[in-house]
Design a protein around this ligand. Structure first.
Ligand SMILES: Cc1cc2nc3c(=O)[nH]c(=O)nc-3n(C[C@H](O)[C@H](O)[C@H](O)COP(=O)(O)OP(=O)(O)OC[C@H]3O[C@@H](n4cnc5c(N)ncnc54)[C@H](O)[C@@H]3O)c2cc1C
Length: 462
């Protein structure tokens, strides 16, 4: 499907419904949950009643071939509050990793367990990062060892959203340490499995309504069928990785975890857009109201220019995000690291926008009477999790070797048939027809000329 900026009716309704939810349900309680650092159960219940907390809802958004539904939803929700937004969408991150690896039977079994239903909500967590390092996923030390009909998980995880309180933990563990990240697999560890220890809930700078924890897995025994994708798929991947290491095969696929990050980066980027937009709107509104030296402060270019830069960078980041999301929805490979570009641009503009909002509001921006100081704290997370800004630059930098000299549009799928190739805009035949019509203009009756001009004129002049 072609990339298209116009919204469908359903997308427009989704934007309006999500915005109303963010404004009426999330914003009024955002400061309370931020201060108390409490999990917003009541908001999750309302989100579930609204249909925003269900595997089918996310399946629908991810399956939208325009790619726009998911980022539109994320931006509006996180415009309300990023901490509460994370609490609502955390199971979708876990679901995305299940979707990358699971068999259809596993998907059917575990997807409902990640969300539950209104009145009986459930939570899910994606457990990848470890205290020794989150960026270098090849170096993860949690292990999964097979014993008869069970896997035994041993390890230590850090910064895990919903960790220890989730009903479903999707855990990345090493099965074959010699194969680096290719020797890792994802396992479902139900929350009531003996051996999961919630070491502590982490005390965070921002996004404080979301629950983030340090976890230990000690002699954590799970049935063999909790390996996502199953034994055969794992064995095939290990064989392929060994053959590659010995130079006997072409490079194969990446690990399930890395695949998940690629898929979820535009989704996380759209969350950062929501924070940035909230900050820009607030700052612009304040700058128009606040007077200094007898005039609104927006009249000073020192105030309006930085906001103009933010507005420009925000739209640029949104377009990168929509593009990456469209590519993901249409299975166009991220050859130029387009997912990383979207995450890098959106997270960095969120930090700049929130900082500029504080600057614009002066002393009123620095105290908790206004939400901008909270948005600043929330935004900072986005340059750290789901791959730090440095890691995004590393991915983009690596892609440059292969991509130099080939702009993105050279790689995009080609739409339109043979007729378009012969008569489409810019084709020589079309230009010759136009030139012939111009040469003959004095001999052609006016109505026929007008009809020809209707065909040749730009669309908005017709
Ligand atoms: C609030 C919060 C929620 C989180 N939620 C989850 C979650 O739900 N599940 C989960 O698995 N993880 C989660 N994380 C973990 C997060 O993904 C990691 O913190 C992140 O990947 C960075 O890893 P690290 O903290 O170990 O930093 P490190 O990897 O130790 O990096 C430290 C610094 O070195 C830089 N650096 C590292 N390597 C390079 C390099 N090659 N080149 C240049 N610079 C480099 C990094 O960019 C960073 O600035 C969360 C983190 C936070 C703070």
């Amino acid at each position: 499907m072609s990339f298209d900026l116009s919204l469908t009716g359903a997308q427009q309704d989704l934007v309006e419904r999500t915005h109303a939810f963010a404004e009426d349900v999330i914003r009024p309680v955002a400061a309370k949950y931020d201060k108390a650092q409490e999990f917003p159960w009541e908001v999750l219940e309302k989100a579930a009643e609204e249909g925003f907390y269900s595997p089918l809802f996310y399946r629908d958004l991810i399956g939208d071939p325009t790619g726009l539904s998911l980022p539109l939803f994320m931006e509006e929700l996180f415009w309300g509050c990023a901490g509460i937004g994370l609490a609502i969408v955390m199971p979708a991150l876990a679901l995305s990793s299940i979707g990358q690896s699971a068999t259809p039977e596993q998907m059917l079994r575990w997807a409902p367990e990640c969300f539950g239903s209104p009145g009986d909500l459930k939570l899910a967590a994606l457990c990848v990062s470890e205290p020794e390092g989150g960026s270098d996923v090849r170096n993860l030390r949690t292990t999964a060892t097979r014993e008869g009909d069970h896997w035994i998980i041993e390890g230590h995880k850090m910064w895990i959203g919903n960790g220890g309180i989730a009903d479903v933990h999707v855990v990345n563990a090493t099965v074959d340490p010699d194969l680096g990240h290719r020797g890792q697999a994802l396992f479902i560890v139900p929350g009531d499995t003996p051996g999961i220890e919630l070491v502590r809930k982490l005390d965070k700078l921002g996004c404080r309504a979301s629950h983030t924890a340090e976890l230990r897995f000690h002699d954590c025994r799970i049935p063999a069928d909790h390996l996502l994708g199953g034994d055969d798929k794992l064995n095939r991947r290990r064989e392929r990785a060994r053959a590659e290491a010995e130079g006997a095969a072409a490079p194969g696929r990446r690990s399930a975890t890395l695949g998940t990050f690629e898929q979820t980066r535009p989704m996380v980027a759209a969350q950062a857009l929501g924070i940035a937009r909230a900050a820009l709107e607030f700052a612009a509104g304040y700058a128009n109201e606040r007077e200094a030296f007898g005039a609104p402060i927006i009249d000073n270019q020192g105030v309006s220019f930085p906001l103009a830069d933010i507005a420009t960078q925000l739209d640029a980041a949104r377009l990168l995000t929509w593009r990456a999301s469209w590519m993901a929805a249409n299975n166009v490979p991220f050859r130029h690291a387009e997912g990383s570009m979207s995450k890098l641009a959106a997270s960095e503009v969120a930090v700049r926008a929130t900082e500029q909002a504080i600057q614009t509001c002066g002393g009123w921006g620095y105290i908790t009477d206004n939400p901008v100081e909270k948005w600043y704290r929330d935004a900072k997370l986005y340059t750290i999790f789901e791959g730090t800004s440095e890691i995004q630059r590393m991915v983009i930098g690596r892609s440059l070797g292969a991509a130099v000299g080939t702009p993105l549009h050279y790689d995009l799928p080609v739409d339109g048939g043979q007729l378009n190739r012969q008569l489409g805009r810019g084709t020589p035949l079309r230009t010759r027809i136009g030139a012939a019509a111009l040469n003959a203009k004095d001999h052609i009756p006016a109505p026929a000329l007008r009809a020809a001009m209707r065909f040749l004129a730009p669309p908005n002049r017709r």
